[in-house]
Design a protein around this ligand. Structure first.
Ligand code: DSN
Length: 406
């Protein structure tokens, strides 16, 4: 690279990534092949439209790439014609969304009239901005009907959820989170959607890799729409997919129209190619082993931190994600744990080479900029080959750092 300023910064970032322990729950490390696709000449090409229906010439290779990417996406989740299982042939996928937020907005644009209701988990209980939060376009164009977790169990209370859905009649219900460590009961969400006449959308961005590895319940039996980013547990480039059930409602056609021309212009075809590469990788037995290890490692992290005396939200994890209450009502317990704010925890850990993010815990009394907890994830370090014994050491180090003994 001739641009030495940028080259130096890329090199510095590469070094940083190698040096730290990365516990950001939404990050991962892509393969060299994915990087190669991202850095390819595909970035030069405009391809507005869809395969064989483009607005520019010269798309014969691009069409093949997009079709291969779609095929691989459907195959990975057993949705392609001829796949094993009841969902084979019943789904369409759009591989053009630039990332998770535009993907979610495209779904609402397609299926919820302006001013309609999105029932989504509140941000402060583990939801995402694009699940209808007021600072996001999804809370300005549409109205959020928020739901959360039970105060005691910190797990979704389906009776409350159902009562609220029936009373509010949202147009769409979103299941899927950025800081909820537990497995989601999609069947129950389906029942709530049916009882309230809503479309059921699952945002599986965080746990898509675990679904692919069959280590987390699959949403496809119950959902109408499934969105996902590709760059978290699925270990692909920054990008997103929207799956739509094919039936008389024509959700598939509405989604395609909302993505292009509704939301976006030309797709980033280098990204689409990178997604295709990652989806092929995720279909291997090595990836299945990876998904299992991700879960095992997260469980070790949750169990060890609990043993040390830290409070793990909901008492554990069924995924790659662990939410830790480091503040614990501001009281330092007899064992010396507690009374560390999320920001302080994240800053101290960063100084010790562990990268996490500060995070609100359900019913957090502290402000979002300095909340009561931190969110940890095992996906990135598992990609780097770490196993249970390594995560035990990581938990020990986190404990020491938070107690000020590092
Ligand atoms: N920023 C992602 C996360 O960390 O969960 C969601 O957009």
């Amino acid at each position: 690279m001739k641009d030495t300023q940028i080259k130096k910064l890329i090199e510095a970032e590469k070094k940083r990534q190698k040096k730290v322990i990365n516990l950001i729950a939404s990050e991962n490390y892509v393969s060299k092949d994915v990087l190669e696709a991202l850095g390819s000449e595909l970035t030069n090409k405009y391809a507005e439209g869809y395969p064989r229906k483009r607005y520019y010439g010269g798309n014969e290779n691009i069409d093949k790439i997009e079709e291969l990417c779609r095929k691989r996406a459907l195959e990975l989740f057993d949705l392609a014609e001829g796949s094993a299982g009841a969902q084979a042939g019943k789904w369409h996928v759009n591989v053009q969304p630039l990332s998770g937020s535009p993907a979610n907005v495209a779904v609402y644009l397609a299926l919820v009239p302006p001013g309609g209701k999105i029932m989504g988990m509140s941000l402060d209980q583990g939801g995402h901005l694009t699940h209808g939060h007021k600072v996001s376009i999804t809370g300005k164009m549409w109205v959020q009907v928020p739901y959360g977790v039970d105060k005691n169990t910190e797990i979704i209370n389906f009776d409350e959820l159902k009562a609220k859905a029936v009373a509010e009649k949202p147009n769409i219900i979103v299941a899927g989170f950025t800081a909820y460590p537990r497995a989601i009961d999609f069947k129950k969400f389906r029942e709530v959607a049916d009882a309230s006449g809503a479309i059921l959308m699952v945002d599986m961005s965080h746990f898509a890799g675990l679904v692919a590895g069959k280590e987390y319940p699959s949403p496809f039996e119950y959902a109408d729409i499934v969105t996902t980013t590709v760059h978290k547990t699925l270990r692909g480039p920054r990008s997103a997919l929207i799956f739509a059930k094919k039936d008389a409602r024509e959700l598939d056609k509405k989604i395609d129209k909302a993505v292009f021309p509704g939301m976006q212009g030309g797709p980033h075809m280098n990204q689409v190619a990178g997604v295709a590469v990652a989806l092929k990788e995720a279909k291997t037995s090595a990836f299945k082993k990876y998904a299992l290890q991700v879960k095992k490692n997260a469980k070790v992290l949750a169990d060890e931190l609990t043993k040390f005396g830290w409070r793990v939200v909901s008492g554990g994890t069924d995924s790659h994600l662990v939410l830790v209450d480091t503040w614990m009502n501001g009281e330092k317990g007899k064992n010396g744990r507690g009374a560390v704010t999320g920001k302080e925890a994240s800053d101290r850990l960063e100084k010790a080479g562990i990268i996490v993010n500060k995070n609100a815990i359900p019913f957090d009394a502290r402000p979002p900029a300095d909340p009561s907890g931190i969110r940890l994830g095992s996906a990135a370090e598992t990609t780097r080959g770490k196993k249970e014994k390594d995560f035990k050491k990581i938990a020990e180090k986190i404990d020491k750092v938070l107690r000020g003994e590092w």
